[in-house]
Design a protein around this ligand. Structure first.
Ligand code: HEM
Length: 523
């Protein structure tokens, strides 16, 4: 009996210790996840930054989801309008009315400083050294299967070094070598469209077609991956994008991965499969380096760099991982955004057929019957204006994110180290105080002789981001855009299909939710 009592006594003291440890862990977690961020938010509030009231542990996620559901349901029968900020970001549109263009909102236990004011952004970037801008750790972790630690996600010295190594792969001479691949891939797509239309299928989902072609272009021109091989990677990347961005996974809520195990495991599995495929391409290319048959495309540049430094085993391992992450980053970042810019262009040209005619005349004048040459692209001025206007109205990259690495002082307010920052590009591109009352009209002329399109603030037009982290692939994009669009316009005229449903939506990028069915008419 005494023995039993002793063991009960031992058990209860173990329980007490466990409860104590658990309470200490809970206290530490609430301090780290809630009290400290809340104190930082209070400080910012005292300095005049408002924002919606968060609740623990979801922050403002519930409110955001509710507003989005309402907006999606009410926009099902939406007429075609280019004024869609309140549809894709209904919560930001409403909070802006209450709190202005700079405020704080919460994703789970992560506070975000929302910015739709270019002047505030300018002051902030002047004060922050390039290296003091990081990428939100919460997104880096969440998007790891897709981008790993590729250029888009690296920070500090590592980013400086990586950007320095990669930049030559986008030099004018390297881009020139990509022309043939762009022309050939587009011609293959157009031959397919001719076959489709001549067999009675006039309706083509051009978003799907152009995304596949753009994927082939980047995979082949930057990594030497041939079309059949790259299809697998592209399909898996698309599935990964859906797993990561098409579900409400409560990013920012501690341990959200455990709340959505199915999506988390699916993303991890797809990420690993893509890694294996990419690794097999890299191994093949490494062999050609060993035999001296290496080309100077992006993968060639990266492989040579990793060889130059891989005298220590540790470094070699790291370099191989980095190579895989860069390949994923560039294959995804390099095709999705460009394809969407072209898709939204075709949508607008279908809507305004007189613009198709104008561009066709320009192509006839500049290119005529000749083979495409890079030197011709600068002559396609009207097309350049159309491109800028599309990137303004339907910016494929709808937001830019940062995390302060170090305190940043703006207007005498200290934005503390670690603050997440969300820059709402769609809002700035649709702001009548920056662009005028015709802000929601498609008017390429606003870019005639003015690279800022008449925007009243030079940081109000940010399709490729800003500062040192501006898009590294923008020249490649502009070249691909003009080549693909010229070839399409020379072979087809097109109009919107009655099946088109106007529903811009965000799935990391800004895309048409139901694709872009067009009625194609061969010329
Ligand atoms: C319409 C086409 C494109 C748009 C709208 C676009 C947009 C952007 C934006 C807004 C950023 C800045 C992100 C940030 O600051 O966090 C960015 C960065 C980047 N883009 Fe693009 N992009 C396009 C095409 C491309 C292409 C064709 C490539 C590759 C071939 C590419 C690769 C990258 C990479 C690697 C970065 C990260 C750069 C860095 O952090 O140093 N993008 N892009």
């Amino acid at each position: 009996m005494r023995h039993r009592m002793q063991s009960y006594g031992g058990l209860s003291s173990i329980m007490e210790v466990l409860i104590l440890i658990l309470s200490m862990v809970l206290v530490r977690l609430s301090i780290a996840w809630w009290i400290l961020p809340l104190l930082a938010q209070r400080k910012l509030r005292k300095k005049g930054f408002g924002g919606p009231t968060p609740s623990f542990p979801l922050g403002n996620i519930v409110e955001m989801k509710m507003k989005r559901d309402v907006s999606e349901a009410s926009s099902l029968k939406q007429l075609i309008t280019h004024d869609f900020h309140s549809r894709v970001f209904p919560y930001f549109a409403e909070w802006q009315k209450l709190h202005g263009k700079v405020f704080i909102y919460w994703l789970g236990t992560e506070p975000f400083l929302y910015i739709a004011d270019p002047e505030f952004l300018k002051k902030m970037s002047v004060m922050a050294q390039g290296k003091n801008w990081g990428k939100p750790s919460v997104f880096k972790l969440d998007r790891k299967p897709m981008f790993g630690n590729g250029l888009l996600m690296t920070e500090g010295d590592e980013w400086v070094q990586r950007r320095h190594v990669i930049t030559p792969a986008f030099s004018p001479s390297s881009l020139k070598e990509m022309t043939n691949i762009m022309v050939e891939s587009t011609k293959r797509m157009l031959t397919k469209w001719v076959d489709l239309t001549s067999s009675g299928h006039a309706e083509v989902d051009v978003e799907c077609e152009i995304t596949a072609t753009s994927g082939q272009i980047i995979a082949q021109s930057s990594f030497g991956i041939s079309p059949p091989e790259c299809t697998k990677v592209l399909e898996k990347l698309r599935a990964l994008q859906v797993a990561l961005f098409k579900s409400d996974r409560c990013v920012g809520v501690p341990y959200n991965n455990f709340m959505y195990p199915k999506h988390t495991l699916e993303a991890k599995r797809l990420g690993n499969e893509i890694d294996d495929l990419v690794m097999s391409f890299i191994m093949k290319r490494r062999k050609s380096v060993d035999t001296g048959n290496e080309s100077r495309d992006l993968l060639g540049v990266l492989i040579q760099e990793s060889h130059a430094e891989d005298n220590k085993r540790q470094r070699k391992k790291l370099a191989t991982r980095e190579l895989v992450d860069e390949c994923k980053t560039f294959v995804f970042g390099g095709h999705e955004t460009t394809a969407l810019a072209l898709t939204w262009t075709l949508f607008l040209l279908a809507l305004y057929p007189e613009r198709q005619k104008q561009l066709r005349e320009e192509i006839e004048e500049v290119v005529g019957d000749k083979e495409f040459e890079v030197a011709m692209l600068a002559g396609l001025k009207k097309m350049g204006m159309v491109m800028n206007e599309v990137l303004r109205l339907y910016s494929p990259a709808p937001n830019v994110q940062r995390q302060a690495r170090g305190d940043i002082c703006v207007n005498d307010v200290m934005i503390p180290d670690g603050t997440n920052i969300w820059i709402d590009v769609v809002s700035m591109h649709h702001d009548p105080t920056l662009w005028g009352d015709d802000v929601n009209e498609f008017k390429p002329e606003r870019f005639d002789g003015d690279s800022q399109g008449g925007c009243k603030h030079k940081m109000g037009f940010l399709p490729f981001g800003f500062g040192g982290r501006m898009c590294i692939g923008r020249n490649l994009m502009m070249m691909e855009y003009k080549i693909v669009l010229s070839l399409i316009l020379s072979r087809f005229s097109f109009s919107l299909s009655p099946n088109y449903c106007h529903s811009p939506t965000i799935m990391l990028s800004l895309r048409p939710a139901c694709g872009l069915p067009l009625i194609m008419q061969p010329l």
